[in-house]
Write a protein that binds this ligand. Structure first.
Ligand code: ZN
Length: 72
């Protein structure tokens, strides 16, 4: 078995830098999926360096919810 990484698992276009209070500087953020909703997904944005939560993001991608229903 050889597992292939999804091409957009890291460094996707909507990943930005935000100010991190713990690092006292702007840091790249990583998205952690919090909630999958019928009208979009809620993400926790965390500092990629220290893991501090630096914000939240909601997209309106309804495909993930549809996929979740199919998988379960
Ligand atoms: Zn940080």
């Amino acid at each position: 078995m050889h597992q292939q990484d999804p091409p957009d698992s890291f460094g996707s276009l909507d990943v930005t830098e935000l100010f991190c209070a713990r690092c006292q500087r702007s840091q790249p953020v990583r998205k952690h999926l919090l909630l999958v909703l019928p009208n979009g997904n809620q993400f926790d944005l965390r500092c990629a360096v220290c893991g501090e939560s630096v914000g939240h993001k909601t997209d309106n991608d309804q495909q993930t919810f549809a996929d979740t229903l199919k998988l379960s």
